[in-house]
Design a binder for this molecule. Structure first.
Ligand code: AFP
Length: 335
């Protein structure tokens, strides 16, 4: 069976006017960076790149060496092509400006270069998550792009995607017309389409949540999870299974592949942090992908893609996956 490559898919999308040439180039460049990150991750302990880098990121989280390496790979790959106005990353406090020696483009690229990085040292899947926005009101005078340009709700994203570095390296992508998955053929070095139109089943018997936080959950989430755990004899009348990888990419990838609900809900553990995950480069791209695959994504209180960001690195509660389950737990928040 002959399968199309990522490049062929992007050319098709451009011909059908779903993306412009700049966006096609942007995705190709991100895919190239993803291959390089996948190589670095795949070397495991063979190089001196496991362990901590000795610093903290803007979230106050310990940076792993591979976090820093992955961040640099993405910055370097995307700086020179003329397709971006600026970039933002989980690993950098402020937006990254395109050096003056390169032309600037009209898009903004946001990423979490290595999500789930506390899993690297134990050889569990990690990933890269990215989101693309248009840069509003660019002056065209080479001036810096400040944080406010990035503060657009997720419904303004033009592309969203993630790569999962697991047994295979896969790139999952939406340009706003469904979700496609590409698997890296390590022999040819090409990403080859392996799922054309991913769909999240509307119903599921599988859920994902870090249950060690249960004592800090709000009542609606506690009620929902209690009902799932009550199984056949409870109000749901069926047994549910639980899975938690601890790498959002891996958990979301499972849900995209076979259904499920993923929750990192609002909790009272730390009143300054409404949830753990970051809106702009974790929740938004994953929400766009899940919605494009027929699933749903909310904070419990509203659609994630409609949240108006106030800060580049803000956190948001996340409930996403199989539509009927997400709607049920979201409904519990308003009843
Ligand atoms: P790290 O990148 O620090 O490993 O965090 C991963 C993550 O942001 C996300 O990928 C997981 O879903 C979530 O955190 C796991 O959180 P817990 O450590 O609370 O299980």
């Amino acid at each position: 069976m002959s399968r199309i490559t990522l490049s062929q898919f992007l050319i098709q999308q451009q011909r059908e006017e779903r993306i412009c040439a700049e966006l096609r180039f942007l995705v190709e460049v991100v895919a190239r960076a993803v291959k390089a990150i996948g190589n670095a991750v795949g070397k495991g302990g063979l190089t001196n790149s496991l362990g901590e880098a000795g610093g903290e990121n803007v979230q106050g989280e310990v940076q792993k060496k591979l976090d820093v390496i992955a961040n640099e790979i993405l910055l370097e790959a995307n700086e020179w092509g003329g397709h971006l106005a600026a970039m933002a990353s989980e690993e950098m406090d402020l937006p990254h400006q395109i050096p003056h020696r390169y032309p600037k483009g009209e898009f903004l690229l946001l990423f979490d270069p290595l999500d789930g990085s506390s899993n690297i040292d134990v050889n569990i899947s990690v990933g890269t998550i990215f989101s693309v926005l248009r840069c509003p009101d660019r002056a065209g005078d080479g001036s810096d792009v400040d944080e406010s340009a990035f503060l657009q709700p997720g419904n303004q994203q033009v592309v969203a995607g993630y790569a999962v570095y697991g047994a295979a390296t896969q790139l999952v992508l939406t340009v706003g017309s469904g979700v496609q998955a590409f698997t890296l053929d390590r022999e040819t070095g090409s990403f080859v389409m392996t799922a054309e139109s991913m769909r999240v089943p509307e119903d599921t018997r599988e859920y994902a949540i870090n249950a060690s936080n249960a004592r800090w959950w709000e009542a609606p989430v506690r009620r929902y999870v209690d009902e799932l755990n009550a199984g056949k004899n409870g109000p749901r009348g069926k047994d549910f299974n639980m899975r938690w990888v601890g790498s959002m990419v891996a958990d979301v990838h499972r849900i995209l592949t076979r259904g499920g609900i993923f929750m990192y809900p609002m909790d009272t553990k730390d009143p300054t942090k409404p949830g753990k995950l970051r809106l702009m480069y974790e929740a938004n791209p994953m929400a766009m992908i899940v919605e494009q695959a027929g699933g749903a994504a909310t904070t419990g209180y509203q659609r994630i893609l409609d949240v108006q960001p106030e800060k580049l690195h803000q956190r948001v509660p996340v409930i996403l996956g199989s539509k009927n389950e997400v709607e049920r737990v979201t409904g519990y928040h308003s009843s």
